[in-house]
Design a protein around this ligand. Structure first.
Ligand code: KG4
Ligand code: ZN
Length: 424
């Protein structure tokens, strides 16, 4: 089965083609193309993603990204002049202006391109329908509807979070223990055998969730954040420290500096600092780490950083000098909570596999420390997505789309809609 997928839930315009086989028991997938165009620079000056701007960018960039993805997977085949005049399904094209009435720039490019290319050999179109920014989601959904109509292909409505879970089915995802041959590669296909129950820790800019998975498609959220998401906490505290947007990686980079040269940044270390500064204790809370449930809360951590910085300034401490120390502590506080809750849930629900997913899963320390923690639990396998598949991309949407397409879980083109708050 070949799936073409579209992702526009936030600030990345993504189109991918994934080939998949072997069904739900032993899904084997390979990425034929996975093109992502990031809008980060456009939103950077606003300090966050602006939904209307995101939609505008998506509608402008979908066709170029789509063309690249088709070309890379060998599916962009031009029609001959003869076929263009003979085969263009005029009646179908006439319906497109209505479907894309809110995306005029996309419409114009669509009507120009589609009559000139052959229908590719794909089996379904997967598109993210939520959660995310509704105006942004609509651009992708309407594009999928228009393609489906012209090509006569079914559409699979995909939950973005199921996409983050499914990223581990794609190439180069890792098995932490290397002892179980659960992820093998051949001819570019990643063959995966997953033992259930599985638990997924999903950590992104908008979500922090622990999801119990009994089998593919059967998800139960057993815990989630009550306020800010883990990624949001990285982003917001980074802003307080005046680090450049987008900020999760910046905190990680600064923390790495601390790890490399701890004495330079330690307030209590080194004979150099024998003033009041050195006794200033940089210790942040680990919110809800001991609570009996699996929920998270990161806004208190954010506030703690705010007060700590204020306090340091009042004492005329140059906070810049200690940015790596502070970043290391922020990162460690978040990691401690994430690992404590995930491993506790893994033991309680006797899971066989732990999956990490979402943008924050790119954090090297989180990956390293999670692997070390999971190693201590007998017979549990940790699955980490490839670094480049942690951030939003369309290949993961194709992977999730495959799991649904196998059950012929197709959407009604007239009813499919953006669902900003869609849950798993
Ligand atoms: O999944 P994602 O790409 O988009 C959403 O669906 O939200 O996640 C983006 C989040 C941002 O909050 C970003 O700061 C965070 O992932 N992030 C990181 C790292 N790379 C990205 N957080 C910590 N460490 C990183 N290396
Ligand atoms: Zn995401």
């Amino acid at each position: 089965m070949k799936i073409l997928a579209i992702e526009t839930s936030c600030d990345e315009t993504g189109v991918a083609v994934v080939e998949a086989k072997n069904g739900l028991k032993n899904p084997s997938l390979r990425v034929l193309s996975n093109i992502t165009l990031s809008q980060i620079k456009i939103h950077a000056k606003w300090g966050g993603v602006v939904p209307s701007l995101a939609k505008e960018e998506h509608q402008q960039n979908l066709i170029p990204v789509f063309k690249k993805a088709l070309r890379k997977s060998g599916l962009l085949i031009p029609k001959s002049e003869f076929l263009i005049s003979k085969q263009t399904p005029k009646s179908k094209l006439q319906k497109i202006p209505k479907i894309l009435e809110r995306e005029p720039k996309l419409l114009e490019q669509f009507l120009k391109l589609m009559p000139a290319i052959q229908t590719p050999k794909i089996d379904a179109i997967a598109v993210t329908v939520g959660p995310g920014l509704e105006p942004a989601l609509w651009a992708g959904i309407n594009f999928a509807r228009a393609l489906a109509l012209v090509w006569n292909k079914p559409v699979v409505a995909v939950n973005h979070m199921e996409g983050h879970i499914s990223a581990v089915l794609l190439q180069n995802s890792r098995n932490s223990k290397h002892k179980i041959q659960s992820a093998k590669k051949s001819f570019g296909f990643q063959h995966s055998i997953f033992e259930f129950p599985t638990i997924a820790l999903l950590v992104s800019g908008g979500h922090t969730e622990l999801v119990l998975i009994k089998k593919w498609g059967n998800y139960k959220v057993i815990g989630q954040t009550r306020d800010d998401a883990a990624g949001e906490c990285f982003d917001k505290t980074a802003r307080m420290l005046e680090l450049p947007y987008p900020s999760g990686q910046e905190i990680a980079k600064q923390a790495e500096n601390f790890k490399k040269y701890p004495l330079n940044f330690r307030m209590d270390g080194g004979a150099k600092r024998k003033t009041e500064k050195e006794v200033f204790n940089i210790k942040l809370p680990r919110p809800m780490i001991d609570s009996k449930n699996y929920d998270f809360s990161f806004s208190g951590l954010k506030t703690a950083v705010l007060y700590m910085l204020k306090n340091m300034k009042e004492r005329h401490i140059n906070t810049d000098e200690f940015t790596p120390t502070i970043c290391n502590e922020i990162q460690q506080a978040i990691i401690d909570v994430l690992i404590a809750k995930t491993t506790r849930a893994a033991k309680e629900f006797k899971v066989k596999t732990i999956i990490l997913g979402g943008g924050v899963a790119a954090n090297k320390e989180l990956r390293r420390q999670m692997a070390a923690a999971v190693k201590k639990i007998p017979d549990v396998d940790l699955r980490l997505p490839a670094y480049k598949l942690t951030a939003d991309n369309a290949a993961m949407i194709a992977a999730a789309g495959y799991l649904r397409a196998l059950k012929r879980d197709f959407a009604d083109l007239n009813k499919i809609k953006a669902r900003g708050n869609l849950s798993l």
